[in-house]
Write a protein of this length. Structure first.
Length: 180
């Protein structure tokens, strides 16, 4: 199975951002809750990266943006080598530093039998989730970069800020220069 970073997500947002960044070096856009949910799905799916023996999927991801705050709720279904359901819920808010958001709360719940919980502890999905979501700017920046690089764009800067019902994204970067 290919690495999720090798599979560009088919969203017009990424095609548009890549084209504008190649031409102008700056791309600004307000993301809807659904667009943010698609990006967050990739972040959560990446929690099992590097675990060849683990098969997992993200069947649901919901994002709500209200009054300049975001809430993300998703489910990871682990199907192999054990069966378990991991529910991830986090709250995001604007940080004190301009163009940065912060993690305001994180809750991770695991539904699995005793043996499955022991196996999950070894894989450390919960620890990876806490580490990945500890800095939502880094997590979202990496997710955006992983979608733009296959489209020939290198990100150099990512600014994020919640508006009333959207997440404002300010990207800087340009075309990847061919190696000599």
């Amino acid at each position: 199975m290919p690495d999720i970073h090798e599979i560009p997500v088919r969203l017009p947002l990424f095609e548009e951002a890549a084209q504008v960044l190649k031409e102008k070096g700056i791309y600004k856009r307000d993301l809807t809750a659904q667009e943010l949910a698609n990006i967050m799905s990739e972040i959560v799916a990446n929690l099992t990266q590097g675990q060849e023996s683990v098969k997992a999927s993200v069947p649901s991801m919901a994002v709500d943006i209200v009054k300049a705050k975001g809430t993300v709720a998703g489910v990871v279904k682990v199907e192999k080598p054990i069966q378990a359901t991991i529910k991830v819920s986090c709250a995001l808010d604007n940080g004190t530093v301009p163009d940065r958001i912060k993690l305001a709360g994180l809750d991770i719940q695991t539904e699995a039998g005793f043996a499955a919980k022991l196996a999950l502890k070894a894989v450390n999905i919960e620890g990876k989730a806490r580490e990945a979501l500890r800095d939502p700017n880094q997590a979202l920046g990496s997710a955006l970069a992983s979608q733009l690089e296959p489209r020939g764009v290198k990100l150099t800067e990512v600014g994020l800020h919640f508006n009333e019902q959207t997440l404002s994204v300010d990207l800087k970067g340009g075309a990847i220069q061919p190696r000599r």
